[in-house]
Design a binder for this molecule. Structure first.
Ligand code: SAM
Length: 232
Protein backbone atom coordinates (compact mmCIF):
# COMPACT_ATOMS: atom_id res chain seq x y z
CA UNK A 1 0.00 0.00 0.00
CA UNK A 2 1.57 3.29 -1.12
CA UNK A 3 0.89 6.92 -0.18
CA UNK A 4 0.38 9.20 -3.15
CA UNK A 5 -0.75 12.68 -2.12
CA UNK A 6 -2.07 13.50 -5.57
CA UNK A 7 -5.16 13.44 -7.65
CA UNK A 8 -6.03 9.77 -8.23
CA UNK A 9 -8.75 10.63 -10.75
CA UNK A 10 -6.62 10.34 -13.93
CA UNK A 11 -5.89 7.10 -15.84
CA UNK A 12 -2.26 7.02 -14.64
CA UNK A 13 -0.21 8.31 -11.69
CA UNK A 14 3.46 8.61 -10.76
CA UNK A 15 5.24 7.58 -7.59
CA UNK A 16 8.45 9.45 -6.79
CA UNK A 17 10.92 9.76 -3.90
CA UNK A 18 10.71 7.39 -0.91
CA UNK A 19 7.59 5.60 -2.18
CA UNK A 20 9.28 4.87 -5.53
CA UNK A 21 12.39 3.68 -3.68
CA UNK A 22 10.31 1.36 -1.50
CA UNK A 23 8.43 -0.10 -4.46
CA UNK A 24 11.45 -0.55 -6.72
CA UNK A 25 14.43 -1.20 -4.45
CA UNK A 26 12.90 -2.75 -1.35
CA UNK A 27 9.87 -4.71 -2.61
CA UNK A 28 11.32 -5.12 -6.12
CA UNK A 29 7.91 -4.92 -7.76
CA UNK A 30 7.83 -5.25 -11.55
CA UNK A 31 5.63 -4.00 -14.40
CA UNK A 32 2.35 -5.94 -14.22
CA UNK A 33 2.30 -6.15 -10.39
CA UNK A 34 -0.75 -4.69 -8.66
CA UNK A 35 -0.56 -2.28 -5.75
CA UNK A 36 -2.90 -0.22 -3.57
CA UNK A 37 -2.65 3.57 -3.32
CA UNK A 38 -4.20 6.12 -0.97
CA UNK A 39 -4.14 9.90 -1.28
CA UNK A 40 -4.35 10.85 2.43
CA UNK A 41 -7.53 12.73 1.71
CA UNK A 42 -9.95 9.80 1.84
CA UNK A 43 -9.58 8.12 -1.57
CA UNK A 44 -7.89 4.81 -2.27
CA UNK A 45 -7.19 3.03 -5.55
CA UNK A 46 -5.98 -0.24 -7.03
CA UNK A 47 -3.25 0.27 -9.62
CA UNK A 48 -0.92 -1.72 -11.89
CA UNK A 49 2.79 -0.96 -12.25
CA UNK A 50 3.46 0.02 -15.88
CA UNK A 51 7.11 1.03 -15.64
CA UNK A 52 9.52 1.07 -12.74
CA UNK A 53 12.90 2.77 -12.41
CA UNK A 54 14.87 3.80 -9.32
CA UNK A 55 13.25 7.20 -8.94
CA UNK A 56 10.02 7.10 -10.93
CA UNK A 57 7.22 4.58 -11.10
CA UNK A 58 4.30 4.92 -13.49
CA UNK A 59 1.09 3.10 -12.60
CA UNK A 60 -2.28 2.83 -14.30
CA UNK A 61 -5.31 3.26 -12.06
CA UNK A 62 -7.60 0.21 -12.25
CA UNK A 63 -10.28 1.28 -9.75
CA UNK A 64 -10.80 3.88 -7.08
CA UNK A 65 -13.12 4.18 -4.11
CA UNK A 66 -13.59 6.15 -0.90
CA UNK A 67 -11.66 4.61 2.01
CA UNK A 68 -13.86 2.62 4.38
CA UNK A 69 -11.74 2.81 7.53
CA UNK A 70 -12.87 6.15 9.03
CA UNK A 71 -15.03 6.61 12.13
CA UNK A 72 -18.61 7.72 11.33
CA UNK A 73 -18.05 11.17 12.90
CA UNK A 74 -14.79 13.10 13.46
CA UNK A 75 -12.91 12.39 16.69
CA UNK A 76 -10.50 15.10 17.88
CA UNK A 77 -7.80 14.32 20.43
CA UNK A 78 -6.44 17.38 22.23
CA UNK A 79 -3.61 16.23 24.43
CA UNK A 80 -0.63 17.36 26.46
CA UNK A 81 2.50 15.86 24.94
CA UNK A 82 4.19 12.88 26.60
CA UNK A 83 7.96 12.79 26.83
CA UNK A 84 10.37 11.31 24.28
CA UNK A 85 9.33 8.43 22.11
CA UNK A 86 6.00 8.05 23.92
CA UNK A 87 4.63 10.88 21.77
CA UNK A 88 5.53 9.07 18.55
CA UNK A 89 3.89 5.94 19.94
CA UNK A 90 0.74 7.93 20.80
CA UNK A 91 0.63 9.38 17.26
CA UNK A 92 0.92 5.90 15.75
CA UNK A 93 -1.80 4.36 17.95
CA UNK A 94 -4.17 7.33 17.63
CA UNK A 95 -3.89 6.95 13.84
CA UNK A 96 -4.69 3.25 14.10
CA UNK A 97 -7.73 3.92 16.30
CA UNK A 98 -9.18 6.40 13.81
CA UNK A 99 -8.53 9.82 15.39
CA UNK A 100 -9.31 12.53 12.85
CA UNK A 101 -7.16 15.32 14.28
CA UNK A 102 -4.57 15.50 17.05
CA UNK A 103 -4.17 18.88 18.76
CA UNK A 104 -0.97 19.19 20.86
CA UNK A 105 -1.96 21.14 23.97
CA UNK A 106 0.06 23.67 25.92
CA UNK A 107 -1.29 23.60 29.47
CA UNK A 108 -0.25 25.26 32.73
CA UNK A 109 1.69 22.21 33.89
CA UNK A 110 2.99 21.03 30.49
CA UNK A 111 6.64 20.07 30.59
CA UNK A 112 7.02 19.13 26.91
CA UNK A 113 6.84 21.92 24.38
CA UNK A 114 7.34 20.33 20.94
CA UNK A 115 8.88 22.43 18.20
CA UNK A 116 7.06 22.76 14.89
CA UNK A 117 9.76 20.61 13.26
CA UNK A 118 9.09 17.77 15.71
CA UNK A 119 5.37 17.94 14.92
CA UNK A 120 6.19 17.93 11.20
CA UNK A 121 8.30 14.76 11.71
CA UNK A 122 5.28 13.03 13.23
CA UNK A 123 3.65 13.10 9.80
CA UNK A 124 5.95 10.22 8.79
CA UNK A 125 4.56 8.17 11.70
CA UNK A 126 1.00 8.99 10.59
CA UNK A 127 1.73 7.87 7.02
CA UNK A 128 3.38 4.62 8.13
CA UNK A 129 0.50 3.81 10.52
CA UNK A 130 -2.09 4.66 7.85
CA UNK A 131 -0.50 2.17 5.46
CA UNK A 132 -0.52 -0.51 8.12
CA UNK A 133 -4.11 0.05 9.33
CA UNK A 134 -5.49 0.78 5.83
CA UNK A 135 -6.77 4.28 6.43
CA UNK A 136 -7.06 6.43 3.31
CA UNK A 137 -7.27 9.73 5.22
CA UNK A 138 -4.26 10.98 7.20
CA UNK A 139 -4.76 12.02 10.81
CA UNK A 140 -4.11 15.77 10.91
CA UNK A 141 -1.64 17.14 13.52
CA UNK A 142 -2.23 20.82 14.24
CA UNK A 143 0.28 23.34 15.63
CA UNK A 144 0.54 23.60 19.42
CA UNK A 145 -2.47 25.38 20.99
CA UNK A 146 -2.91 26.71 24.49
CA UNK A 147 -5.85 25.52 26.56
CA UNK A 148 -7.89 28.75 26.54
CA UNK A 149 -7.38 29.22 22.80
CA UNK A 150 -8.34 25.63 22.14
CA UNK A 151 -11.51 25.76 24.26
CA UNK A 152 -12.81 28.88 22.55
CA UNK A 153 -12.17 27.34 19.12
CA UNK A 154 -14.48 24.36 19.75
CA UNK A 155 -18.14 24.73 18.67
CA UNK A 156 -20.24 24.88 21.86
CA UNK A 157 -22.68 22.15 20.75
CA UNK A 158 -20.02 19.48 20.13
CA UNK A 159 -19.37 16.92 22.89
CA UNK A 160 -16.21 17.84 24.83
CA UNK A 161 -14.83 15.17 27.16
CA UNK A 162 -12.05 16.04 29.58
CA UNK A 163 -10.24 13.12 31.21
CA UNK A 164 -9.87 13.93 34.88
CA UNK A 165 -9.62 11.61 37.90
CA UNK A 166 -12.78 11.98 39.99
CA UNK A 167 -14.98 12.88 37.01
CA UNK A 168 -18.08 10.93 35.98
CA UNK A 169 -18.01 7.25 35.00
CA UNK A 170 -18.07 6.58 31.23
CA UNK A 171 -21.43 6.79 29.41
CA UNK A 172 -21.60 5.70 25.77
CA UNK A 173 -24.46 8.11 24.98
CA UNK A 174 -22.13 11.13 25.47
CA UNK A 175 -20.86 10.51 21.94
CA UNK A 176 -23.87 8.90 20.30
CA UNK A 177 -24.84 11.92 18.17
CA UNK A 178 -23.76 13.15 14.76
CA UNK A 179 -21.45 15.91 16.00
CA UNK A 180 -17.63 15.72 16.16
CA UNK A 181 -16.42 14.62 19.60
CA UNK A 182 -13.38 16.14 21.32
CA UNK A 183 -11.31 14.36 23.96
CA UNK A 184 -8.92 16.35 26.20
CA UNK A 185 -5.99 14.83 28.10
CA UNK A 186 -3.91 16.74 30.64
CA UNK A 187 -0.16 16.75 31.33
CA UNK A 188 1.69 14.52 33.84
CA UNK A 189 0.86 17.04 36.59
CA UNK A 190 -2.84 17.03 35.60
CA UNK A 191 -5.09 19.92 34.56
CA UNK A 192 -4.95 22.85 36.99
CA UNK A 193 -8.06 23.99 38.93
CA UNK A 194 -8.15 27.13 36.75
CA UNK A 195 -8.12 25.03 33.56
CA UNK A 196 -10.90 22.82 34.89
CA UNK A 197 -13.08 25.75 35.86
CA UNK A 198 -12.47 27.42 32.47
CA UNK A 199 -13.89 24.30 30.78
CA UNK A 200 -16.42 23.30 33.38
CA UNK A 201 -19.53 24.84 31.88
CA UNK A 202 -19.05 23.00 28.60
CA UNK A 203 -16.87 19.94 29.24
CA UNK A 204 -17.84 16.62 30.77
CA UNK A 205 -15.16 15.45 33.19
CA UNK A 206 -14.53 11.73 32.67
CA UNK A 207 -12.99 9.35 35.17
CA UNK A 208 -11.06 6.41 33.72
CA UNK A 209 -10.85 4.29 36.87
CA UNK A 210 -8.93 4.31 40.15
CA UNK A 211 -5.43 4.09 38.62
CA UNK A 212 -3.57 7.19 37.44
CA UNK A 213 -2.73 6.58 33.80
CA UNK A 214 0.06 8.09 31.77
CA UNK A 215 -0.96 10.65 29.15
CA UNK A 216 -0.81 8.22 26.24
CA UNK A 217 -2.66 5.45 28.12
CA UNK A 218 -5.48 7.80 29.14
CA UNK A 219 -5.69 9.20 25.61
CA UNK A 220 -5.92 5.81 23.92
CA UNK A 221 -8.35 4.41 26.52
CA UNK A 222 -10.75 7.29 25.93
CA UNK A 223 -10.28 7.20 22.14
CA UNK A 224 -11.11 3.47 22.17
CA UNK A 225 -14.23 4.03 24.31
CA UNK A 226 -15.45 6.80 21.97
CA UNK A 227 -14.61 4.78 18.85
CA UNK A 228 -16.53 1.74 20.11
CA UNK A 229 -19.55 3.89 21.03
CA UNK A 230 -19.55 5.70 17.69
CA UNK A 231 -19.66 2.40 15.82
CA UNK A 232 -22.54 0.94 17.82
N1 SAM B 1 -1.74 13.81 39.11
C1 SAM B 1 -2.51 14.04 37.94
C2 SAM B 1 -3.99 14.21 38.24
O1 SAM B 1 -4.41 13.80 39.34
O2 SAM B 1 -4.74 14.70 37.40
C3 SAM B 1 -2.31 12.86 37.01
C4 SAM B 1 -2.10 13.26 35.62
S1 SAM B 1 -2.13 11.91 34.48
C5 SAM B 1 -0.50 11.32 34.57
C6 SAM B 1 -2.21 12.73 32.94
C7 SAM B 1 -3.59 12.94 32.40
O3 SAM B 1 -4.17 11.69 32.05
C8 SAM B 1 -4.60 13.57 33.36
O4 SAM B 1 -4.52 14.98 33.36
C9 SAM B 1 -5.92 13.09 32.80
O5 SAM B 1 -6.33 13.87 31.70
C10 SAM B 1 -5.56 11.70 32.31
N2 SAM B 1 -5.82 10.64 33.32
C11 SAM B 1 -4.89 9.81 33.85
N3 SAM B 1 -5.48 8.92 34.67
C12 SAM B 1 -6.81 9.20 34.67
C13 SAM B 1 -7.94 8.62 35.31
N4 SAM B 1 -7.84 7.59 36.14
N5 SAM B 1 -9.16 9.17 35.06
C14 SAM B 1 -9.28 10.22 34.23
N6 SAM B 1 -8.24 10.80 33.60
C15 SAM B 1 -7.02 10.30 33.80
Amino acid sequence: RFFLPANLKGPTAELLGPEAHHLHNVLRLQPGDEIELFDGDGTEATARVESASKKRIVVSILSRQPGAAELPVPLILATAIPKGDRFRWLVEKATELGVTRLVPLQTERSVVDPRATKLEKMRAAVIAASKQCRRARLMEITPLQNWAEFLTSRPTDDPLLMAHPGGAAWQADWVAGERPTTICIGPEGGFSDAEISLANSRATLVDLGPRILRIETAALALVALCGASLRS
